[in-house]
Design a protein. Structure first.
Length: 310
């Protein structure tokens, strides 16, 4: 199976110990190794997919602990950079049964550098996955766009999690317009309804699907929380109901969904069947509070959620 290259932020999430309506109400927090790229490579590793991770953490207690955590899971960290000055980025997150609130205290993730062995990073890669975080700052944006240009030249497909939030972006840069422009490079995007609102403004789900296609995305998977998922390849649209039987914590569900999608695509499945795999993976994360719980195989997940077993 080919590799997946993942580019973006490694974060320390401090998630409120209890469900709160407002992050400011939280009085205690639990620490998690997080950031969408870290979650994604961990999930992909659980599913047996080889990954290459490009990220940057501080040379501090949290950064070194994160690297040790990844290595203990068997994940290659040779392209994760240690910043000698900036701290590991930290995000406070509300435990939630819907879209969590967050407050980011950014550090090393803003100073990502080009990998020294860029061709080695992209060797045998079929998909390269980006989040909006590395696009949100000038330095990391330049690195990301160089990787995009080289990846497209090498025939590597671009996967993009368009988790754009204005609060993360440079105030002097039109992040919303840049995000829409970035979509033209993408084989697949997987926005949430909230992501779509922040990029395109108010709209209905099918309108968002059309806007992403018009921007250039070949395939669009729009997640709607408890309302399910809409999948489109530009000519065919299908809907997919959620399969989680209980909601314990939604944190990390989107990253798990991505892992199932990429696993399916790497195994020759189309976008619709791959989304079913993603739905299983997301449901497993939603039903478990511990984000370090090993993700079962796709076959085991299928048996769990199709049979309705605990």
């Amino acid at each position: 199976m080919s590799r997946v290259a993942v580019v973006g932020e490694l974060l320390i999430d401090l998630i409120s110990s209890s469900v709160v309506r407002d992050l400011g109400e939280a009085t205690s927090f639990r620490r998690f190794f997080a950031g969408s790229p870290g979650n994604l490579v961990s999930n992909l590793h659980d599913l047996g997919v080889d990954t290459a991770l490009l990220s940057r953490v501080g040379d501090d207690f949290f950064g070194r602990a994160y690297l040790e955590h990844l290595r203990s899971r068997g994940i290659d960290t040779s392209f994760v950079q240690l910043d000698p000055e900036a701290h590991t980025s930290v995000v406070f997150v509300s435990k939630s049964q819907s879209t969590p609130q967050f407050m980011a205290i950014r550090g090393a993730d803003c100073f990502l550098e080009e990998p020294h062995e860029i061709h080695s990073f992209l060797k045998n890669v079929e998909f390269i996955h980006f989040t909006s975080w590395p696009l949100s700052r000038e330095r990391t944006r330049a690195v990301s766009m160089k990787l995009v240009a080289l990846a497209l030249k090498m025939g590597i497909k671009i996967a993009f999690d368009p988790n754009y939030r204005e609060v993360l972006w440079e105030t002097s840069h039109d992040g919303k317009a840049f995000t829409r422009e970035f979509v033209k490079h993408c084989f697949i995007v997987k926005p949430s309804e909230d992501d779509s609102y922040h990029i395109f403004g108010p709209g209905k789900p099918l309108d968002y699907i059309s806007k992403f296609h018009e921007a250039g995305a070949k395939n669009v998977i729009l997640t709607l929380g408890h309302k399910g998922t809409i999948i489109s390849d530009g000519s065919r649209i299908e809907t997919l109901p959620p399969c989680a039987r209980r909601v314990v914590d939604t944190t990390g569900a989107g990253d798990a969904f991505w892992s199932g999608i990429l696993f399916g695509l790497l195994n020759g499945k189309d976008i619709f069947e791959s989304a079913v795999y993603g739905n299983y993976c997301a449901a497993f994360r939603i039903e478990h509070e511990g984000k370090d719980v090993i993700l079962p195989s796709v076959e085991a997940l299928k048996a769990i959620f199709e049979a309705g077993d605990d």
